[in-house]
Write a protein that binds this ligand. Sequence first.
Ligand SMILES: [Zn+2]
Length: 149
Amino acid sequence: MIKRGASKRMALILAAIGLYYYTALRFFGYVCLSEIVLGLPCPACGLTRAGWLFLRGEFWKSWNMNPFLGFAAIYFALAALARNKSRRLAKYRDIYLICIVFASFIVFAFRVHSSFGTEPLVLNPNSLLFRLLRIGKSVLDGNRTTASN
Ligand SMILES: [Zn+2]
C-alpha cells in the first residue's frame, strides 16, 4: 500500500516534470537541458521518441532513435521493485545504473561518430549558447562597421 505522504510527493514530482516539459517545449521546442543550453544532444536524447516508436510497434526505428530504451525500462522496473523492500536489490539497482550510464556514454560516442546530423543527434541552432554567440557576433560586427566609418 502506498503511504499518503509518498503519493503526495509522487504527485508533486509528476507535476514538476509536467511543468518542465510544458515550459521547455513551449519556449525552446526541446526538453533536453543540454540541447536547450548548449545546443548539443546528450546520451539520453531520443528516449521519449524511442518510447513512442516502441509503443507504436516500430521497434527498429525505436532502436535507432535511442538503443537504451530497454535498459532504462529495466532500471525503472528494478527501482520500483527495490523501493523500500530489499537493500540487496537496491544495491544491484545502483550498480546497474552506474553500468548503463557508463555504457550509454560509450555508445553515445559511437553514435555521434557514425550518425551525427540525423535525429536525435543534431545541433540545436536555437540553444541559449548559439543565441548568445549570435548576439556577440552581431555586437562585434556592429563595432567593426562603426570603427571603419
Ligand atoms: Zn538530451
